[in-house]
Design a protein around this ligand. Sequence first.
Ligand SMILES: Cc1cc2nc3c(=O)[nH]c(=O)nc-3n(C[C@H](O)[C@H](O)[C@H](O)COP(=O)(O)OP(=O)(O)OC[C@H]3O[C@@H](n4cnc5c(N)ncnc54)[C@H](O)[C@@H]3O)c2cc1C
Length: 325
Amino acid sequence: MDDTSDNSFDVVVVGGGAAGLAGALTLVRARRSVLVIDSGSPRNAPAAHMHGYLGQDGESPAALSAKGRAEVAGYGGEIRPGTAVAADRLPDGSFLVRCGDGTTVRARRLLVATGLVDELPAVPGLGARWGRDVLHCPYCHGWEVRDRPIAVLADGPLALHQAQLWRQWSERITLLAHTWRLTAEDRELSAALGVRVVEGEVTGLVVQEDRLTGVTLAGGAVVECGALVVAPRFTARSGVLSSLGLPTVVMERDGLAIGTCVESDPDTGATALPGVWVAGNVTSPLEKVPGVAAQGVRAAVAVNTDLIEAQTRRALEAYRARVAV
Ligand SMILES: Cc1cc2nc3c(=O)[nH]c(=O)nc-3n(C[C@H](O)[C@H](O)[C@H](O)COP(=O)(O)OP(=O)(O)OC[C@H]3O[C@@H](n4cnc5c(N)ncnc54)[C@H](O)[C@@H]3O)c2cc1C
């Protein structure tokens, strides 16, 4: 470890979700002094259970977070609750991170894993059911609602893709045209797949005994469903990166804009700014927990390698200076 003074760390990890904690764990095990600053709202917090992570399937997001924090702390890492609001790159290439409570901390390297915000369609009551029976990812929650009547809210061109996808988990799919004008091709595809199309704008959700049972349409009709599929817009939580001059870019899938992210090297998470790495949904909005954890580990290895190279350069310079005397 190079830097163990009270408020100065080899690496500050901003964001303690799966990506940040996985990175921090790798770094503390590499004997780096690590501080994780975390505001405590991982993206999947609204869901009671996390699925598809080998060995952790069905675990609650809160339990994964608690285990990860304990593992990092067990090797001497510090987890500090709070929000990093900005960072400055200092002349020596290190960083000063500014927190929302007015405190600052020094870091030789930064790993930013702040995730994203899901911008949900503006239907009254929809946000309250998010992650419960308002869903977006069948790999996360499809099994849990299999064979139920599932409605897909069309407010953009991704709805047809979602209807096709969710058809794998239930034969009872309804495409709610809502605010999107379906093309003749969309209707033909829906008919071919046995997907029912319902016209009319969705104005609310019907919830009985804490379960979604349907949606209401303008005019009052109710369409029965046990789950509602939506396509959130993914907005990178990029404040700290923006303050360092790293912009967000629009992310596209099949030519459609699905949100924003901060660009990085796909293998290491290195950004365009030396000394700053990213991991997780802030750079890869479509990755799930296993993928972001892997990114955190890869970024941590790259950070550690970079620190070793810097140490080696310093040692060589000092050695040459000594032998030259
Ligand atoms: C409803 C829902 C359910 C899901 N279910 C599953 C599932 O079952 N299985 C699965 O594999 N994936 C699931 N996902 C996807 C999963 O949530 C993400 O892939 C994962 O959370 C991304 O991890 P991350 O570390 O990149 O970001 P996050 O988990 O969002 O963590 C980011 C952390 O950084 C903190 N933070 C943000 N900004 C700052 C700041 N400025 N300063 C300090 N801290 C900050 C946040 O509070 C948060 O704790 C689900 C997603 C949603 C929306």
